[in-house]
Design a protein around this ligand. Sequence first.
Ligand SMILES: Cc1cc2nc3c(=O)[nH]c(=O)nc-3n(C[C@H](O)[C@H](O)[C@H](O)COP(=O)(O)O)c2cc1C
Length: 328
Amino acid sequence: MKTFNIAGIELKNRYVLAPLAGFTDYSLRRLASEYGAGLTYTEMESCESLLYNSKETIEDLKNTHLDKKYCPTTKLALQIFGGKAENILKSIPVVEKYADYDFLDFNVGCPVPKVIRQSAGSYWLNREDELLELLKNMVRISSKPVIVKIRIGFEKIMDVKHLVKEIEKCGVNAIAIHGRTRAEGFSGPVHYDIIKECVHAVSIPIIANGSIDENNFLDVFNMTDCQAVMIGQRAIGYPKVFQDMIDREEGKEITKTTLFNQINDLKKHLDYIFSIKPEIVASRIMRGISTNYLKNFNNMKEYKRRLVLSNSKADYLQILDELIKNIN
Ligand SMILES: Cc1cc2nc3c(=O)[nH]c(=O)nc-3n(C[C@H](O)[C@H](O)[C@H](O)COP(=O)(O)O)c2cc1C
């Protein structure tokens, strides 16, 4: 298995779970780790919420100790976002107080209006000088290696090659590149050629991102020469994607998932999320997630309809037990 290093820390393979707000809490991170992911990311945490000691945010930080306990061979990146440099820097000691993680990641990619209005996320691509100043200070203050996740432009494709070189000079130890501009959102063609230019412009690792799955990841390695690939949407309802990539790298055939396997994974997901969140909160979050596990199987409409109405762990388990009975 090929490996790679970030700041001298070895990752056991080149397969990375992307940060996904609303999804990559401890539960999905643990499933991805159990399927072999070498690196996972937390959801983005707001630096203002950190400064105000928001209860939910502090809980998210504390949950990283569970990653370390149950997934000791997978590395973890903790992602923060914000638009005010001062607050971002002040939030680092809070993160260090409560969380256990390997890399501090800064979000320079988020396109959603709520975040852009704070001049945060991908808006930093319009504030290049301030961004570089901030990154230098983050590197100085953080006791963990700093990494960054960027897009390739805001409205239009920018000179990303120049940007990554400057980011490297700040002492940042790796860059994940989502090969789309902010304007290009989350789907459509990915500019892998630009990711390749960046890989050859710097000596720190580049993690390629954008529409990568178990079928195209080897092509992405070939097209970009990147050190690692980052999987986002494909991992939602299909954490087995990490096992598939490992199998393929080892020259094995991918074993097609079964409905039974998907239900099993969903049950684990439920166990993990209900172990960290209040019942009603976990129930609500899983309404949107659970149906993804049943994607691409026939005759699931009625089960999906019921899953999105679940109010408790017992509700979910009852539906899944009925489904299992009907498969047998
Ligand atoms: C629902 C959702 C939530 C996301 N949340 C974050 C986030 O918190 N931080 C971040 O850097 N990117 C976030 N992203 C972007 C992903 O990390 C990734 O860059 C993007 O989805 C492209 O990869 P994919 O095609 O494999 O999904 C999010 C994307 C989606 C779809």
